[in-house]
Design a binder for this molecule. Structure first.
Ligand SMILES: [Zn+2]
Ligand SMILES: [Zn+2]
Ligand SMILES: [Zn+2]
Length: 147
């Protein structure tokens, strides 16, 4: 099924900007809104940042895009939806990497007590240092020690 059909299926009007957003997000790797905006400008010309925000909200509500919001870094979007995968986030550079859920469905962690809540999701984010930043830090290490 193409993006135009997906948009219609969730009751969203098909526009060139929305199709360009879907394509940009799918081609990218957890892009933030500014990067998505640049991708849309490359594909269809003039579209305002506000229009991109509005469309991203509509696409997210329609379940076509997933919002990724690591604490302290810009909101990002991805087209991989519906599989309850999680994210590795680098503390140094903010890079976001997909990691499959070991259980596969939400909520994949049971709280010790639900306090009467109907729990439907556990927000799992793994924080650490990405391979690029690790090797950069390793190179810095000798100089640090020499001081
Ligand atoms: Zn990093
Ligand atoms: Zn992801
Ligand atoms: Zn999980």
């Amino acid at each position: 099924m193409g993006d135009a059909d997906r948009l219609r299926e969730v009751g969203l009007r098909v526009t060139a900007a929305r199709l360009a957003i879907m394509q940009t997000v799918r081609d990218g790797d957890h892009l933030d809104v500014d990067a998505i905006h640049r991708g849309v400008l490359d594909r269809v010309g003039q579209v305002s940042l506000q229009a991109v925000y509005d469309s991203l909200n509509a696409l997210q509500r329609g379940g076509l895009l997933r919002r990724v919001e690591p604490a302290g870094s810009p909101t990002r979007y991805e087209a991989r939806v519906g599989d309850n995968h999680h994210h590795l986030v680098c503390r140094e550079c903010g890079k976001v990497t997909d990691v499959d859920c070991a259980v596969g469905e939400a909520p994949c962690l049971d709280p010790v007590s639900t306090s009467g809540y109907l729990v439907d999701e556990a927000d799992v984010t793994y924080w650490g240092i990405c391979p690029d930043c690790r090797s950069a830090l390793d190179k810095e290490e000798p100089r640090r020690n020499a001081r």
